[in-house]
Unconditional design. Structure first.
Length: 349
Protein backbone atom coordinates (compact mmCIF):
# COMPACT_ATOMS: atom_id res chain seq x y z
CA UNK A 1 0.00 0.00 0.00
CA UNK A 2 1.63 3.24 -1.10
CA UNK A 3 1.39 6.03 1.44
CA UNK A 4 2.33 9.65 1.05
CA UNK A 5 3.58 11.54 4.07
CA UNK A 6 3.34 15.28 3.60
CA UNK A 7 5.94 17.37 5.30
CA UNK A 8 4.78 20.72 6.66
CA UNK A 9 4.95 23.63 4.24
CA UNK A 10 8.37 25.17 3.90
CA UNK A 11 10.15 22.03 5.00
CA UNK A 12 13.31 21.57 3.01
CA UNK A 13 14.84 18.12 3.17
CA UNK A 14 18.24 18.60 4.76
CA UNK A 15 20.93 16.03 4.19
CA UNK A 16 22.44 14.14 7.08
CA UNK A 17 26.21 14.10 6.95
CA UNK A 18 27.86 10.91 8.08
CA UNK A 19 30.97 10.72 10.13
CA UNK A 20 33.78 9.37 8.01
CA UNK A 21 37.54 9.60 8.31
CA UNK A 22 36.94 10.95 11.79
CA UNK A 23 35.43 14.21 10.55
CA UNK A 24 31.83 14.35 11.64
CA UNK A 25 29.22 16.65 10.23
CA UNK A 26 30.71 17.71 6.92
CA UNK A 27 28.42 19.33 4.42
CA UNK A 28 26.71 16.88 2.13
CA UNK A 29 27.59 19.00 -0.89
CA UNK A 30 31.26 18.11 -0.39
CA UNK A 31 30.70 14.48 0.35
CA UNK A 32 30.95 12.76 -2.96
CA UNK A 33 34.29 13.21 -4.68
CA UNK A 34 34.80 10.72 -7.52
CA UNK A 35 35.56 7.19 -6.40
CA UNK A 36 39.25 6.41 -6.33
CA UNK A 37 38.72 2.64 -6.29
CA UNK A 38 40.06 0.45 -9.06
CA UNK A 39 37.02 0.35 -11.31
CA UNK A 40 38.39 -2.50 -13.42
CA UNK A 41 37.58 -4.87 -10.52
CA UNK A 42 33.91 -5.39 -9.74
CA UNK A 43 33.64 -5.96 -6.00
CA UNK A 44 30.76 -8.00 -4.53
CA UNK A 45 30.76 -5.56 -1.59
CA UNK A 46 30.04 -1.87 -2.06
CA UNK A 47 30.90 1.13 0.13
CA UNK A 48 28.19 2.82 2.16
CA UNK A 49 27.06 6.15 0.72
CA UNK A 50 28.82 9.13 2.27
CA UNK A 51 25.55 10.93 2.88
CA UNK A 52 21.86 10.18 2.87
CA UNK A 53 19.26 12.84 2.06
CA UNK A 54 16.81 12.87 4.98
CA UNK A 55 14.84 15.55 6.79
CA UNK A 56 17.06 16.40 9.79
CA UNK A 57 14.08 17.37 11.98
CA UNK A 58 12.34 14.04 11.31
CA UNK A 59 15.60 12.25 12.16
CA UNK A 60 15.89 14.07 15.50
CA UNK A 61 12.22 13.48 16.31
CA UNK A 62 12.56 9.80 15.40
CA UNK A 63 15.63 9.50 17.60
CA UNK A 64 13.69 10.82 20.59
CA UNK A 65 10.74 8.49 19.88
CA UNK A 66 13.13 5.54 19.51
CA UNK A 67 14.43 6.24 23.01
CA UNK A 68 10.99 6.96 24.55
CA UNK A 69 9.53 4.32 26.88
CA UNK A 70 6.03 5.78 26.39
CA UNK A 71 5.77 3.61 23.27
CA UNK A 72 5.25 0.61 25.58
CA UNK A 73 2.11 -0.22 27.55
CA UNK A 74 3.67 0.15 31.01
CA UNK A 75 6.11 2.86 29.93
CA UNK A 76 9.07 0.68 30.79
CA UNK A 77 10.58 -0.26 27.41
CA UNK A 78 11.81 1.87 24.52
CA UNK A 79 12.99 0.58 21.13
CA UNK A 80 16.47 1.47 22.39
CA UNK A 81 16.22 -1.01 25.29
CA UNK A 82 16.60 -3.86 22.80
CA UNK A 83 18.53 -1.89 20.18
CA UNK A 84 21.21 -0.02 22.13
CA UNK A 85 22.49 2.41 19.50
CA UNK A 86 25.87 3.03 21.16
CA UNK A 87 26.44 -0.72 21.55
CA UNK A 88 26.01 -1.94 17.97
CA UNK A 89 22.21 -1.53 17.84
CA UNK A 90 21.53 -4.74 19.82
CA UNK A 91 20.91 -5.79 23.44
CA UNK A 92 23.59 -8.47 23.68
CA UNK A 93 21.07 -11.01 24.97
CA UNK A 94 20.29 -14.40 23.40
CA UNK A 95 16.63 -13.37 23.37
CA UNK A 96 15.20 -9.95 24.14
CA UNK A 97 13.12 -9.12 27.21
CA UNK A 98 9.92 -7.10 26.77
CA UNK A 99 7.31 -5.69 29.13
CA UNK A 100 6.45 -7.86 32.15
CA UNK A 101 9.80 -9.62 31.61
CA UNK A 102 8.38 -11.47 28.60
CA UNK A 103 11.05 -13.46 26.75
CA UNK A 104 11.16 -13.04 22.96
CA UNK A 105 11.48 -15.77 20.35
CA UNK A 106 14.63 -14.72 18.51
CA UNK A 107 17.86 -12.79 18.89
CA UNK A 108 17.54 -9.03 18.24
CA UNK A 109 19.29 -7.98 15.03
CA UNK A 110 20.94 -4.57 14.79
CA UNK A 111 19.02 -1.51 13.58
CA UNK A 112 22.27 0.08 12.33
CA UNK A 113 22.25 0.25 8.52
CA UNK A 114 18.79 -1.40 8.54
CA UNK A 115 17.68 1.09 5.87
CA UNK A 116 19.66 -0.98 3.34
CA UNK A 117 17.86 -4.28 4.13
CA UNK A 118 15.57 -5.42 1.31
CA UNK A 119 13.08 -6.70 3.92
CA UNK A 120 12.96 -6.48 7.73
CA UNK A 121 13.01 -9.29 10.35
CA UNK A 122 14.85 -12.63 10.19
CA UNK A 123 12.06 -14.08 8.09
CA UNK A 124 11.51 -10.91 6.06
CA UNK A 125 7.86 -10.48 7.06
CA UNK A 126 7.97 -6.65 7.00
CA UNK A 127 8.48 -4.93 3.65
CA UNK A 128 9.69 -1.62 5.07
CA UNK A 129 10.99 0.01 8.23
CA UNK A 130 7.64 1.77 8.60
CA UNK A 131 5.74 -1.53 8.46
CA UNK A 132 8.24 -3.14 10.85
CA UNK A 133 7.28 -0.74 13.66
CA UNK A 134 3.82 -2.28 14.00
CA UNK A 135 5.57 -5.48 15.14
CA UNK A 136 7.37 -4.52 18.38
CA UNK A 137 4.88 -1.83 19.45
CA UNK A 138 2.01 -4.32 19.46
CA UNK A 139 3.73 -7.61 20.28
CA UNK A 140 2.74 -8.83 23.76
CA UNK A 141 6.34 -10.06 24.13
CA UNK A 142 7.81 -6.67 23.34
CA UNK A 143 6.05 -3.31 23.96
CA UNK A 144 2.53 -4.73 24.28
CA UNK A 145 0.78 -1.51 23.25
CA UNK A 146 -1.50 -0.26 20.46
CA UNK A 147 -1.72 2.90 18.37
CA UNK A 148 -4.52 4.67 20.32
CA UNK A 149 -2.55 4.16 23.56
CA UNK A 150 0.74 5.24 22.00
CA UNK A 151 -0.76 8.39 20.49
CA UNK A 152 -2.46 9.27 23.80
CA UNK A 153 0.81 8.76 25.71
CA UNK A 154 2.74 10.94 23.27
CA UNK A 155 0.04 13.66 23.28
CA UNK A 156 0.31 13.88 27.06
CA UNK A 157 3.69 15.53 26.50
CA UNK A 158 2.82 18.89 24.91
CA UNK A 159 6.20 19.09 23.19
CA UNK A 160 5.40 16.20 20.87
CA UNK A 161 2.23 17.58 19.19
CA UNK A 162 4.08 20.86 18.57
CA UNK A 163 7.14 19.14 17.10
CA UNK A 164 5.04 16.89 14.88
CA UNK A 165 2.95 19.86 13.69
CA UNK A 166 6.10 21.75 12.72
CA UNK A 167 7.28 18.83 10.57
CA UNK A 168 4.13 17.09 9.30
CA UNK A 169 0.94 18.60 7.90
CA UNK A 170 -1.05 15.84 9.61
CA UNK A 171 0.65 16.40 12.96
CA UNK A 172 0.93 13.52 15.43
CA UNK A 173 -0.57 10.36 13.89
CA UNK A 174 0.43 6.69 13.64
CA UNK A 175 1.83 7.16 10.08
CA UNK A 176 3.89 10.19 11.09
CA UNK A 177 5.26 8.38 14.18
CA UNK A 178 6.26 5.50 11.89
CA UNK A 179 7.78 7.93 9.40
CA UNK A 180 9.88 9.73 12.03
CA UNK A 181 11.22 6.52 13.58
CA UNK A 182 11.97 4.95 10.18
CA UNK A 183 13.70 8.16 9.04
CA UNK A 184 15.90 8.04 12.14
CA UNK A 185 16.73 4.39 11.41
CA UNK A 186 17.67 5.30 7.82
CA UNK A 187 20.12 7.84 9.22
CA UNK A 188 21.95 5.11 11.19
CA UNK A 189 24.59 4.52 8.51
CA UNK A 190 28.00 3.54 9.89
CA UNK A 191 30.92 3.89 7.46
CA UNK A 192 34.13 2.15 8.50
CA UNK A 193 37.76 1.71 7.46
CA UNK A 194 36.60 -0.94 5.03
CA UNK A 195 34.60 1.66 3.08
CA UNK A 196 37.75 3.75 2.71
CA UNK A 197 39.52 0.64 1.44
CA UNK A 198 36.75 -0.02 -1.11
CA UNK A 199 37.05 3.57 -2.27
CA UNK A 200 40.70 3.02 -3.09
CA UNK A 201 42.65 3.74 0.12
CA UNK A 202 44.70 0.52 0.27
CA UNK A 203 46.26 1.47 3.62
CA UNK A 204 42.86 1.81 5.35
CA UNK A 205 42.96 -1.88 6.35
CA UNK A 206 46.02 -3.99 7.18
CA UNK A 207 47.51 -6.64 4.86
CA UNK A 208 46.06 -9.37 7.15
CA UNK A 209 42.61 -7.77 7.01
CA UNK A 210 42.95 -7.61 3.22
CA UNK A 211 43.86 -11.31 3.22
CA UNK A 212 40.71 -11.89 5.29
CA UNK A 213 38.60 -10.01 2.75
CA UNK A 214 40.19 -12.10 -0.02
CA UNK A 215 39.20 -15.29 1.89
CA UNK A 216 35.68 -13.93 2.38
CA UNK A 217 35.37 -13.70 -1.41
CA UNK A 218 37.23 -16.86 -2.48
CA UNK A 219 35.52 -19.13 0.09
CA UNK A 220 32.10 -17.89 -1.12
CA UNK A 221 30.86 -15.91 1.91
CA UNK A 222 30.36 -12.92 -0.42
CA UNK A 223 27.94 -14.87 -2.61
CA UNK A 224 25.38 -14.40 0.19
CA UNK A 225 26.76 -11.54 2.32
CA UNK A 226 27.14 -8.86 -0.34
CA UNK A 227 26.23 -5.33 -1.42
CA UNK A 228 26.44 -2.18 0.72
CA UNK A 229 25.14 -3.99 3.81
CA UNK A 230 27.44 -7.01 3.42
CA UNK A 231 24.15 -8.90 3.61
CA UNK A 232 20.50 -7.88 3.84
CA UNK A 233 19.69 -8.21 0.15
CA UNK A 234 18.51 -11.82 -0.31
CA UNK A 235 17.00 -14.91 1.34
CA UNK A 236 18.98 -18.14 1.74
CA UNK A 237 18.42 -21.43 3.47
CA UNK A 238 20.34 -21.88 6.77
CA UNK A 239 21.91 -25.28 6.16
CA UNK A 240 22.73 -25.37 2.43
CA UNK A 241 25.30 -28.20 2.72
CA UNK A 242 24.36 -29.85 6.05
CA UNK A 243 21.19 -29.82 8.17
CA UNK A 244 21.65 -27.23 10.90
CA UNK A 245 18.35 -28.19 12.52
CA UNK A 246 18.77 -31.95 12.74
CA UNK A 247 18.01 -33.21 16.22
CA UNK A 248 15.41 -30.52 16.79
CA UNK A 249 12.30 -32.71 16.56
CA UNK A 250 9.72 -29.95 16.29
CA UNK A 251 10.30 -26.56 14.74
CA UNK A 252 9.00 -23.41 16.39
CA UNK A 253 7.95 -20.72 13.90
CA UNK A 254 11.22 -18.93 14.53
CA UNK A 255 13.22 -21.93 13.17
CA UNK A 256 10.93 -22.34 10.17
CA UNK A 257 12.08 -18.99 8.77
CA UNK A 258 10.13 -17.94 5.66
CA UNK A 259 7.97 -21.06 5.85
CA UNK A 260 6.11 -19.57 8.81
CA UNK A 261 5.03 -16.74 6.47
CA UNK A 262 4.54 -18.50 3.11
CA UNK A 263 3.53 -21.97 4.40
CA UNK A 264 5.56 -23.36 1.51
CA UNK A 265 7.74 -26.43 2.29
CA UNK A 266 10.49 -25.05 0.08
CA UNK A 267 10.85 -22.06 2.42
CA UNK A 268 11.70 -24.17 5.46
CA UNK A 269 14.72 -22.67 7.33
CA UNK A 270 15.03 -19.89 4.75
CA UNK A 271 16.14 -16.61 6.34
CA UNK A 272 17.13 -13.15 5.26
CA UNK A 273 20.93 -13.14 4.96
CA UNK A 274 21.85 -10.71 7.74
CA UNK A 275 24.07 -7.67 7.29
CA UNK A 276 27.55 -8.22 8.72
CA UNK A 277 28.22 -4.52 9.31
CA UNK A 278 29.25 -3.99 12.96
CA UNK A 279 29.02 -7.77 13.43
CA UNK A 280 31.94 -7.76 15.90
CA UNK A 281 29.63 -5.87 18.31
CA UNK A 282 26.47 -7.96 17.96
CA UNK A 283 27.05 -11.28 19.79
CA UNK A 284 25.41 -13.72 20.27
CA UNK A 285 24.76 -14.79 16.65
CA UNK A 286 22.05 -16.32 14.44
CA UNK A 287 18.27 -15.98 14.78
CA UNK A 288 18.37 -18.48 17.66
CA UNK A 289 21.53 -17.05 19.27
CA UNK A 290 23.07 -20.52 18.95
CA UNK A 291 26.58 -19.12 18.34
CA UNK A 292 27.95 -17.29 21.40
CA UNK A 293 31.06 -15.92 19.66
CA UNK A 294 31.85 -14.58 16.20
CA UNK A 295 34.48 -17.27 15.71
CA UNK A 296 31.93 -20.01 16.32
CA UNK A 297 29.44 -18.32 13.95
CA UNK A 298 32.09 -18.17 11.20
CA UNK A 299 33.00 -21.87 11.64
CA UNK A 300 29.33 -22.84 11.49
CA UNK A 301 28.91 -20.83 8.28
CA UNK A 302 31.89 -22.61 6.70
CA UNK A 303 30.49 -26.06 7.47
CA UNK A 304 26.74 -25.57 6.99
CA UNK A 305 26.70 -22.98 4.18
CA UNK A 306 29.88 -23.85 2.26
CA UNK A 307 30.31 -27.51 3.17
CA UNK A 308 33.87 -27.27 4.41
CA UNK A 309 35.53 -27.21 7.81
CA UNK A 310 37.49 -23.95 8.06
CA UNK A 311 41.03 -24.04 9.44
CA UNK A 312 41.93 -22.01 12.53
CA UNK A 313 43.92 -19.70 10.25
CA UNK A 314 40.97 -19.22 7.89
CA UNK A 315 38.65 -18.33 10.78
CA UNK A 316 41.27 -15.92 12.14
CA UNK A 317 41.61 -14.16 8.80
CA UNK A 318 37.84 -13.90 8.41
CA UNK A 319 37.58 -12.43 11.93
CA UNK A 320 40.26 -9.86 11.03
CA UNK A 321 38.23 -8.81 8.00
CA UNK A 322 34.89 -8.74 9.86
CA UNK A 323 36.48 -6.40 12.42
CA UNK A 324 36.95 -3.78 9.69
CA UNK A 325 33.15 -3.56 9.35
CA UNK A 326 32.81 -1.84 12.75
CA UNK A 327 31.88 1.71 11.79
CA UNK A 328 31.17 5.14 13.22
CA UNK A 329 27.74 6.41 14.19
CA UNK A 330 26.55 9.60 12.52
CA UNK A 331 26.50 12.75 14.62
CA UNK A 332 23.26 13.19 16.53
CA UNK A 333 22.44 9.45 16.55
CA UNK A 334 22.36 9.39 20.35
CA UNK A 335 19.90 11.40 22.43
CA UNK A 336 21.26 14.66 23.86
CA UNK A 337 23.47 14.01 26.84
CA UNK A 338 24.05 10.33 26.06
CA UNK A 339 27.64 9.17 26.02
CA UNK A 340 28.70 6.49 23.57
CA UNK A 341 29.36 3.21 25.36
CA UNK A 342 32.95 2.00 25.45
CA UNK A 343 33.00 -0.73 22.82
CA UNK A 344 36.79 -0.90 22.72
CA UNK A 345 37.17 -2.94 25.93
CA UNK A 346 37.98 -6.63 26.04
CA UNK A 347 35.71 -9.52 26.98
CA UNK A 348 32.57 -8.63 28.94
CA UNK A 349 33.17 -9.33 32.62
C1 LIG B 1 11.75 -6.34 23.52
C2 LIG B 1 12.84 -6.06 22.61
C3 LIG B 1 12.57 -5.23 21.40
C4 LIG B 1 11.96 -4.00 21.35
C5 LIG B 1 11.32 -3.19 22.46
C6 LIG B 1 12.06 -3.56 19.96
N1 LIG B 1 12.71 -4.51 19.23
FE1 LIG B 1 13.21 -4.34 17.27
N2 LIG B 1 13.67 -6.30 17.25
C7 LIG B 1 13.72 -7.13 18.35
C8 LIG B 1 13.84 -8.50 17.90
C9 LIG B 1 13.93 -9.72 18.80
C10 LIG B 1 13.85 -8.46 16.50
C11 LIG B 1 13.86 -9.65 15.53
C12 LIG B 1 12.42 -10.16 15.41
C13 LIG B 1 12.23 -11.12 14.23
O1 LIG B 1 13.02 -11.09 13.29
O2 LIG B 1 11.25 -11.87 14.26
C14 LIG B 1 13.77 -7.05 16.12
C15 LIG B 1 13.84 -6.59 14.80
C16 LIG B 1 13.88 -5.25 14.46
C17 LIG B 1 14.18 -4.73 13.15
C18 LIG B 1 14.55 -5.55 11.92
C19 LIG B 1 16.03 -5.58 11.68
C20 LIG B 1 16.43 -6.61 10.65
O3 LIG B 1 17.62 -6.68 10.31
O4 LIG B 1 15.58 -7.38 10.18
C21 LIG B 1 14.09 -3.37 13.23
C22 LIG B 1 14.32 -2.37 12.11
C23 LIG B 1 13.68 -3.04 14.58
N3 LIG B 1 13.60 -4.21 15.30
C24 LIG B 1 13.37 -1.78 15.04
C25 LIG B 1 12.67 -1.57 16.24
C26 LIG B 1 11.94 -0.36 16.57
C27 LIG B 1 11.82 0.85 15.68
C28 LIG B 1 11.42 -0.53 17.82
C29 LIG B 1 10.53 0.39 18.61
C30 LIG B 1 9.29 0.80 17.96
C31 LIG B 1 11.83 -1.86 18.26
N4 LIG B 1 12.56 -2.46 17.26
C32 LIG B 1 11.54 -2.38 19.51
C33 LIG B 1 13.64 -6.72 19.66
C34 LIG B 1 13.02 -5.54 20.05
C1 LIG C 1 24.38 -19.68 1.27
C2 LIG C 1 24.39 -18.36 1.87
C3 LIG C 1 25.43 -18.02 2.92
C4 LIG C 1 26.80 -18.20 2.84
C5 LIG C 1 27.61 -18.81 1.71
C6 LIG C 1 27.33 -17.66 4.06
N1 LIG C 1 26.33 -17.18 4.85
FE1 LIG C 1 26.56 -16.31 6.67
N2 LIG C 1 24.54 -16.30 6.92
C7 LIG C 1 23.61 -16.74 5.99
C8 LIG C 1 22.30 -16.77 6.60
C9 LIG C 1 21.00 -17.17 5.91
C10 LIG C 1 22.47 -16.37 7.93
C11 LIG C 1 21.38 -16.27 9.01
C12 LIG C 1 21.22 -17.64 9.68
C13 LIG C 1 20.23 -17.60 10.82
O1 LIG C 1 20.52 -17.00 11.84
O2 LIG C 1 19.15 -18.17 10.71
C14 LIG C 1 23.88 -16.07 8.09
C15 LIG C 1 24.45 -15.60 9.27
C16 LIG C 1 25.79 -15.27 9.42
C17 LIG C 1 26.38 -14.69 10.60
C18 LIG C 1 25.62 -14.30 11.87
C19 LIG C 1 25.17 -12.86 11.78
C20 LIG C 1 24.31 -12.41 12.93
O3 LIG C 1 24.11 -11.20 13.06
O4 LIG C 1 23.80 -13.24 13.71
C21 LIG C 1 27.72 -14.52 10.36
C22 LIG C 1 28.75 -13.93 11.29
C23 LIG C 1 27.98 -15.00 9.02
N3 LIG C 1 26.79 -15.44 8.48
C24 LIG C 1 29.22 -15.02 8.40
C25 LIG C 1 29.49 -15.75 7.25
C26 LIG C 1 30.83 -16.05 6.77
C27 LIG C 1 32.12 -15.56 7.40
C28 LIG C 1 30.68 -16.84 5.67
C29 LIG C 1 31.75 -17.53 4.88
C30 LIG C 1 32.60 -18.46 5.64
C31 LIG C 1 29.24 -16.97 5.44
N4 LIG C 1 28.56 -16.31 6.43
C32 LIG C 1 28.68 -17.66 4.38
C33 LIG C 1 23.89 -17.09 4.68
C34 LIG C 1 25.15 -17.39 4.20
Amino acid sequence: VAMVILLAAGAAAGAISLASRGHAGRLSANLDPPLAADTTVREPLQPLPRSVALDARAVALGRDLFHDTRLSSDRSIACANCHVIAAGGVDGLPRSIGVNAALGDVNAPTVLNSGFNFRQFWNGRAASLEEQIDGPTQSPKEMNSNWPAILAALRSDARYPARFASIYRDGLTAPTVRHAIATYERSLVTPSRFDRYLRGDRSAITPREQAGYHKFKTLGCASCHQGVGVGGNMYQVFGVMHDYFSGRDRFPDSDLGRQAITHDERDRHVFKVPSLRNVALTAPYFHDASAPTLGSAVSIMGWYQLGRPLTVEEVDLLLEFLGTLTGELPQGALPEGALPADTTGGEPS
